[in-house]
Design a protein around this ligand. Structure first.
Ligand SMILES: *[C@@H]1O[C@H](CO)[C@@H](O)[C@H](O)[C@H]1NC(C)=O
Ligand SMILES: *[C@@H]1O[C@H](CO)[C@@H](O)[C@H](O)[C@H]1NC(C)=O
Ligand SMILES: *[C@@H]1O[C@H](CO)[C@@H](O)[C@H](O)[C@H]1NC(C)=O
Ligand SMILES: *[C@@H]1O[C@H](CO)[C@@H](O)[C@H](O)[C@H]1NC(C)=O
Length: 310
């Protein structure tokens, strides 16, 4: 029969104490602006602060990805004789390199100096989910993901009335359009008291990803009251942006008299910095199938300690 060996007990205690002491890199703060208006900001900063706990900082790697797989930026905290101060500098890759300011220091602390990204003149091209991954030297890593939408409210948003013959009777054509929008916009023409069902036409530019949108309806004067409010709503749901333009249409009278009564009403509903969304921080080692390096070192250490007891 098995007798409880004191050496096994000691070994178990040793393993337990070492596991408890195993240092883990932790992300303490991950800040990414939720919404950025294209053309309005000179730059934005995506930051990722961490706590190295007891792990050494030399050999630390900080990587930023967009949409999980696209590498944006990386910094390896390692010596490099070729570099000016003897340490490696951060790097960025296309298409992000044209935005990244590689001189930006997030901190004077050498173990955190190059952790953040400064993106100059952000455009819709930068929209996506940004993941910051910190790889500690002991093999463990920490990850956090946050979205950033760089939106464009576009130009030339307007609703135009033009007299038209509609199926042989007097009427009006209402056209609403806008250009240079991002992300995907929606647009609806509305007529006071009349239900309108439309499918706006949306096109996207291959060059700069910007959308153009337009919608058109025809109305017969005899179906309308003496004066009627007509309008158009433009929304960019993903950017929580909406704007509307309305005017009064007088059936039967020449269209030119109505332009003076056109009112433009703009409404912006951007929740400035909605940081209520919790970080999706995944600490510690990753896959179950692979033993992280740190744990491997720990196991080897324990084995050495344990074997010396027996
Ligand atoms: C971020 O990822 C989520 C889930 O995949 C997706 O629904 C969302 O549109 C993404 N956000 C951005 C800004 O790309
Ligand atoms: C759109 O607006 C710009 C100025 O913002 C103007 O130069 C251009 O002619 C307009 N285009 C249309 C189709 O109205
Ligand atoms: C004009 O006639 C067509 C064909 O009969 C019809 O589908 C359409 O709804 C009419 N338009 C209006 C504004 O009544
Ligand atoms: C458009 O905006 C008007 C005024 O703000 C509102 O009454 C209407 O419900 C909106 N329609 C749509 C389709 O969003």
């Amino acid at each position: 029969m098995w007798k409880l060996d004191w050496r096994i007990v000691l070994c178990v205690i040793l393993v337990a104490s070492q596991v408890k002491d195993a240092s883990q890199v932790k992300i303490t703060r991950h800040t990414v602006p939720d919404f950025v208006e294209s053309g309005k900001e000179d730059f934005v900063i995506l930051d990722c602060d961490y706590d190295l706990e007891k792990t050494p900082s030399e050999g630390l790697v900080v990587k930023w990805f967009r949409n999980e797989v696209e590498l944006v930026y990386q910094w390896i905290n390692a010596r490099d004789e070729k570099d000016t101060d003897g340490w490696k500098k951060p790097q960025s890759v296309p298409p992000f390199d044209k935005y990244v300011d590689l001189r930006y220091k997030a901190s004077e602390d050498k173990s955190k100096m190059w952790r953040a990204i400064k993106l100059r003149n952000p455009t819709p091209e930068l929209t996506g989910n940004y993941t910051c991954t910190v790889f500690g030297v002991a093999g463990n890593e920490a990850t956090s993901k946050k979205p950033m939408v760089v939106y464009s409210t576009g130009k030339n948003f307007s609703l135009i009335q033009s007299k038209k013959s509609v199926n042989g009777t007097e009427g009006v054509e209402l056209t609403c359009f806008a250009e240079d929008l991002y992300p995907r916009p929606n647009l609806q023409i509305y007529v006071e008291g009349v239900e309108q069902i439309q499918r706006p036409e949306v096109t996207q530019s291959v060059d700069n990803m910007l959308y153009a949108i337009s919608s058109r309806i025809l109305l017969k004067d005899k179906d309308l009251p003496e004066e009627v409010t007509v309008g158009c709503n433009l929304t960019i749901p993903e950017a929580r942006y909406s704007v509307s333009d309305d005017s009064v249409y007088y059936p039967g009278s020449p269209i030119t008299t109505t332009t003076a009564t056109t009112t433009l009403q703009r409404k912006m509903d951007i929740q400035a910095s909605d940081n209520s969304q919790p970080d999706t921080v995944i600490g510690g080692g990753n896959a179950v199938s692979s033993i992280p390096n740190g744990l491997m070192i720990l196991l080897v250490n324990t084995l050495v300690v344990c074997s010396s007891i027996f």
